[in-house]
Design a protein around this ligand. Structure first.
Ligand SMILES: Cc1ncc(COP(=O)(O)O)c(C=O)c1O
Length: 396
């Protein structure tokens, strides 16, 4: 049966990692894969996670299955982290959270839930978007449409074009929006833009689907959910796929959340049972470890404060690197305005280089990035920033 199977072409980003690993240049720089890195180039286990793991090891007395929706503590704090306990949707019991295996798992379960409940549903996604959105959402059965988003020349959001395209979205359609720290471009909606999206959704009837993979890595834990909270307070329905991979550093533990907000407590409860039931058909029960840690950290004041402090350091480091890169490119006399990098948020930005220039950076300077010139800003550090700046100046 498997004799006719063809090999899949390698994943371009994972292929980049392999090429980086085998490169013997001591000054090589990895700005490819989307994981947070510290000044030493490591993707660390956060302090609060380590402490919670020690506590969990002591108190965990069973590896039996956990509740299908996920542990109570995790669900309670997920709602609070995303919407806030005083949010009308939470107080009115119109919001429910379900644990999923990572942000990808949350995206897929949410997409499967909608596609099975409403076959033929369209989802409008930004152009560009995270590459994996297309297969994750498309193979669940949602019909993908692109809306214009990033202007590569002006390094800003093509908001008028975006809204013009979204005029086509109506009742029964989903519109996927990156909650903060847009991957791959780093250009986020401002407050007025969020309001315009809310107004359009209310008028036209589409349902926003928020991908929240970087809460806390843009402007702050609360600032980064401004748009989500606004939509959830003004609209009858919102769906969210959130990830704890980046803001808790729990990548391999596969910890994420599907959050559903509907018009009534009864519809929310029904939707949550459908999300859980959909997951049951896909992988049965969610993984426990990461969710237990997140619940413990957010429940314990000291652990929470330590997590918040470390996340703040990570955010400040990224924003500091953005400013430093812009300043160094300017000081180098590069004849191009890179100030947009300082205004963008989160781990990613496009440098705005051609594929040829990216090839040269990789081939001649061992500086690895995706072909679109998307860089992971967190991969920059004090030891490699001058190498990077000199190489960019040279290829330009
Ligand atoms: C925009 C976006 N959504 C979702 C995810 C999925 O994250 P996870 O690793 O939790 O599946 C990522 C990860 O890179 C992402 O960038």
């Amino acid at each position: 049966m498997f004799q006719t199977i063809e090999r899949r072409p390698p994943d371009p980003i994972l292929g980049l990692s392999a090429a980086y690993k085998s490169d013997t240049n001591p000054n090589k720089v990895d700005l490819g894969v989307g994981i947070y890195k510290d000044e030493a180039g490591n993707c660390p286990v956060m302090r609060a996670v380590k402490t919670a793991e020690q506590k969990l090891w002591q108190i965990e007395d069973s590896k039996s299955y956990i509740a299908q929706a996920g542990p109570e503590l995790f669900l309670k704090h997920s709602l609070d982290l995303m919407l806030g306990n005083d949010h009308a949707a939470v107080k009115g019991k119109r919001a429910a959270a379900v644990l999923a295996p990572g942000g990808s798992g949350a995206l897929r379960v949410a997409a499967e839930f909608v596609a099975r409940s409403f076959p033929g549903t369209r989802i409008f996604v930004s152009d560009p978007t995270w590459n994996n959105h297309i297969p994750l959402l498309g193979s669940a059965g949602l019909k993908l449409e692109l809306y214009p988003y990033y202007d590569y020349q002006k390094h800003s959001i093509k908001f008028d074009e975006m809204m013009a395209k979204l005029k086509q979205a109506g009742k029964g359609d989903l519109v996927l929006i990156h909650g903060c720290c847009h991957n791959p471009c780093g250009a986020d909606l401002n407050h007025a833009m969020w309001q315009a999206v809310a107004d359009a959704a209310l008028k036209q009837g589409f349902t926003p689907f928020i991908d929240l993979a970087y809460q806390g890595l843009g402007d702050g834990l609360v600032e980064d959910v401004y748009g989500l909270r606004l939509l959830a307070s003004q609209l009858p329905e919102v769906i969210v796929a959130a990830s704890a991979s980046k803001n808790f550093g729990l990548y391999r533990e596969r910890t994420g959340t599907v959050l559903v907000v509907t018009e009534t407590p009864a519809a929310t409860e029904a939707a949550a049972t459908q999300v859980v039931g959909t997951a049951r058909e896909m992988y049965s029960v969610p993984p426990a470890h990461g969710a237990a840690l997140v619940g413990m950290i957010l429940e314990d004041a000291a652990l929470r404060a330590d997590w918040d402090a470390e996340l703040t350091d990570m955010r400040n480091r990224i924003n500091g690197l953005r400013a430093k890169l812009v300043a160094k490119l300017q000081a180098k006399g590069v004849d191009r305005d890179f100030s947009f990098i300082q205004n963008e948020k989160g781990m990613f930005s496009f440098l705005g280089l051609t594929q040829e220039q990216v090839k040269k950076l990789i081939g001649d300077y061992s500086i690895y990035m995706v072909g679109s010139s998307r860089i992971n800003v967190a991969g920059i550090n004090n030891a490699n920033i001058d190498t990077l700046v000199n190489a960019i100046a040279a290829v330009l």
